[in-house]
Design a protein around this ligand. Structure first.
Ligand SMILES: [Zn+2]
Length: 74
């Protein structure tokens, strides 16, 4: 029974539905450095580079398979 769960996750990803798993897109992020909220009208997702408009720190966006956003300083 358990392996079917992983299979379902994979199938959903292949359909390219927005906002699902690692394909999730985000419209804003909170800067880990200065805690400022940065809206991003174009939207961003896994692999995109982000710039904090307040402190100038650059980040690389990483989206996990669970659809959670992680930021890594560049
Ligand atoms: Zn910042």
């Amino acid at each position: 029974m358990a392996p079917e769960y992983d299979f379902d996750e994979e199938e959903r990803g292949k359909k390219g539905e927005p906002g699902v798993g690692a394909n999730a897109r985000f419209k804003e992020f909170d800067c880990p450095s200065c805690n400022a909220n940065n809206p991003n009208d174009e939207g961003f997702g896994d692999g995109d580079e982000l710039l904090c408009n307040y402190c100038g720190q650059e980040y690389k966006a990483k989206v996990t398979e669970e659809g959670r956003l992680k930021l890594k300083e560049i």
